[in-house]
Design a protein around this ligand. Structure first.
Ligand code: HDE
Length: 708
């Protein structure tokens, strides 16, 4: 059937439609249009039922007398309770706990050499985005700082339709074939007989599965590294994980790995902090993202592309279809092609963050998928899972999922359909509505799958090229700096210490021996594993420095929070000076004291204190400053919580600055004043203190690393 460019709206103008009938005129009036958009009056002040009836009392149910039984005829009570009973939709089976924000994406220059994707052509064009960050294993009510992979899902609302880049903050995955995903997730989620532990991989079933599935080894290294406890969403990288395709206007195909590089650098918590934050503020990451946006310190990431040809791919010593492998940046550098800025918080968590529905099949012309068997399974799963969550195929009609590009097709009906399709033609081909909507040829912007030649025997078999599970795990571990290695060993020790079954611990150690014997033996010594069967010689790898967080120091101080410890009589000017220096860099200075409320400074100024030592903790800040004022310092010295605050900050390698007056307070703590060069700044050297903040930590304070 020949394509007809007539608009589908033509259906409406057909004399045979209801358009000319009086009832159809009513359809066009404003009220009905509002109804079609499901608009609940946002400025409404009268309380009404769901069908607009004004309610006179919503505090007392209808009863037979003030002390009598409730009456079944109370339609308002029934509606109110029924709506409440049904408020929840099933939480996501993975990535249930999330936080999200709106923003924009803008390309630096046209990428037309590689792709015809519209949102990567014009540097003057901004594309709206919605980004949802998440943990994987925890349920909706779990804590943000659990050791876990973080989801990094971006919905680009492009003029060619929505493009969903549904990635993680770790560039590889645990398994090579999607058919193993239910096993992986069953193993990591709480054990089914007692639903223990919540939001933690540190238990027998996860490590049992991992120890029997060597393809998990590379990702396990990342999961045990500091990447799994980010400082904030704004300080973590994002990765598309799979290899995708880029297709240019003239049909040239290249492979691509997608990266998000945080402008603020890659920074993590230390485990002791992560654990304590779970108690002090389980919403630490969610709150941080929210506050950064409210304060105008918009988090930013650059979009990076690793583009390589089929010929390049053939030369790699791994298979680009294997999602447990990354393409080292030393082989294919990452080109930064644009910037994403998150600048608007959602207005309603449920409507936006909870109801956003991502799908890998939401592609645009110029970007296509590959045969990565994990990716292939995801193409099914993300549609299927939305049916379970929303109970309907109509979830794309929800405002957060709607495309900005016009939608016209013959899909119809189903639960909760809110579009009112007009006219009588809902099929293709048709002659009664000008054959609209009509498929669009590639040259006019229609999506065409990359015409890959495919031939094969129907078989359940893993490709031989997927069989090396250790080389990149070794590469990752060995490319870390001494501190990162130490943390990885500590994390492995923590996790395996929680595994009760000795044989499981032994199998994990055996696997780790194949990664790096120093690593395996250091953990084995702490988790009661005596016999280590496989003794392989340490393989020295050519390192990949881009795998260490050291390679991503970032710019500025966006989102950092400096605690300023004060009591009555503190030197107000010092606080203001510090604030004046760090605020323009995107950081904030927060007064912390033994109680919240008004506090008098030595010059009579009254400051408002929002945090106390008890309700917060230095774990929630990036650095500590103690202004002068003898009275204030004396009071802090008498306060055990203030001393603990400083001891922990010191233990967590944070910069500590103070005026000369505060020296006696530091002497009461474990802070080693001899380590002045290592992030300890006495005598009001604000400049030095502030200059140390971008580093985030003073790792040189950590005792030097000697494995096993
Ligand atoms: Fe997902 N994943 N996944 N996943 N995933 C979901 O879809 C699934 C995988 C990722 O903020 C679910 O809408 C399978 C890799 C993110 O809403 C579900 C497989 C990567 C999010 C699902 C994978 C991811 C999800 C649950 C193996 C990184 C959160 C709710 C074949 C590249 C999206 C939903 C959000 C969510 C299935 C593997 C990232 C069940 C079957 C690899 C960021 O469909």
């Amino acid at each position: 059937m020949a394509r007809n460019t007539k608009d589908k709206n033509d259906k409406k103008t057909s004399p045979s439609t209801a358009k000319n009938r009086p009832a159809a005129k009513i359809l066009e009036n404003k009220k009905i249009q509002d109804m079609q958009q499901n608009v609940v009056d946002p400025s409404g002040k009268d309380l009404t039922t769901d069908h607009g009836l004004k309610i006179s009392d919503t505090d007392n149910s209808l009863k037979a007398g003030p002390r009598g039984p409730s009456l079944l005829e109370d339609f308002h009570l029934r509606e109110k309770i029924m709506r409440f009973d049904h408020e929840r939709i099933p939480e996501r089976v993975v990535h249930a706990r999330g936080a999200a924000a709106h923003g924009t994406f803008q390309a630096y220059q046209s990428q037309k050499k590689w792709t015809k994707a519209g949102f990567l052509q014009d540097p003057s064009q901004t594309t709206p985005v919605f980004v949802r960050f998440s943990t994987v294993a925890g349920s909706r009510g779990s804590a943000d700082t659990a050791r876990d992979v973080r989801g990094f899902a971006v919905k680009f609302y492009t003029e060619e339709g929505n493009f969903d880049l549904v990635g993680n903050n770790i560039p590889v995955f645990f398994i090579q074939d999607g058919i193993k995903f239910p096993d992986l997730i069953h193993a990591v989620k709480p054990e089914p007989h007692n639903e223990i532990p919540q939001a933690a991989s540190a238990h027998d079933t996860f490590w049992d599965f991992a120890s029997l599935t060597p393809e998990t080894t590379h990702m396990l290294m990342w999961q045990l590294s500091d990447r799994a406890i980010p400082r904030s969403y704004s300080t973590m990288q994002g990765f598309g994980v799979h290899t995708f395709r880029l297709i240019s206007e003239d049909g040239k195909m290249n492979f691509v790995k997608f990266h998000w590089i945080p402008v603020s650098g890659v920074h993590s918590l230390v485990w002791d902090e992560a654990v304590k934050i779970m108690g002090k503020d389980p919403d630490f990451h969610r709150r941080g993202l929210w506050e950064m946006i409210e304060e105008g310190n918009f988090p930013e990431w650059e979009l990076g592309l690793q583009v390589f040809s089929e010929k390049d791919a053939e030369k790699f010593d791994f298979d680009i279809l294997d999602p447990t492998k990354l393409v080292p940046e030393e082989i294919v550098p990452v080109k930064k092609v644009g910037k994403m800025t998150l600048n608007r918080n959602p207005e309603n968590y449920f409507a936006e963050t909870e109801q956003v529905a991502f799908h890998l099949g939401n592609l645009v012309p110029g970007i296509d998928v590959t045969n990565d068997p994990l990716l292939q399974a995801r193409l099914f799963s993300y549609l299927d899972t939305q049916l379970n969550r929303f109970g309907t195929t109509n979830y794309n009609e929800l405002p957060i999922n709607r495309s900005l590009a016009k939608v016209s097709n013959n899909q119809q009906d189903g639960f909760m359909r809110s579009t009112i399709n007009k006219g009588r033609v809902n099929y293709f081909p048709n002659s009664l509505a000008g054959n609209a909507p009509t498929p669009v040829p590639e040259k006019e912007g229609g999506f065409v799958n990359y015409p890959e030649q495919v031939q094969g025997t129907k078989i359940r078999q893993r490709s031989e090229s997927f069989s090396d599970h250790y080389s990149q795990a070794t590469l990752f571990y060995q490319s870390l700096n001494a501190t990162e290695k130490k943390h990885l060993i500590q994390a492995g020790t923590f996790e395996l210490s929680k595994v009760a079954t000795l044989e499981v611990r032994e199998r994990v150690i055996e696997n780790f021996m194949k990664v790096d014997p120093d690593l395996a033996l250091a953990i084995a010594a702490k988790v009661g594993v005596k016999t280590v069967k496989t003794k392989s010689a340490p393989v020295k790898k050519k390192l990949s420095p881009r795998l260490s967080q050291d390679s991503f120091p970032g710019e500025g101080l966006k989102g950092r929070n400096v605690a300023v410890m004060v009591e009555e009589g503190f030197t107000y000017k010092e606080f203001k000076d510090l604030e004046g220096m760090i605020k323009p860099l995107g950081a904030k200075a927060t007064l912390v004291s033994s109680k919240i409320g008004d506090l008098k400074a030595s010059d009579g100024s009254v400051a408002s204190v929002g945090k106390s030592f008890l309700s917060s903790g230095s774990v929630m800040f990036d650095a500590i400053y103690i202004p002068g004022g003898k009275k204030s310092v004396d009071a802090l010295m008498r306060d055990e919580d203030a001393v603990l605050f400083l001891n922990e900050a010191y233990k967590h390698f944070k910069s500590i600055g103070c005026s000369e007056d505060a020296r006696p307070l530091l002497s009461k703590t474990t802070v080693d004043l001899k380590r002045k060069g290592q992030g300890i700044f006495v005598e009001s050297k604000l400049k030095g203190f502030v200059a140390s903040l971008p580093l985030h930590r003073n790792w040189d304070r950590e005792v030097s690393f000697t494995p096993a």
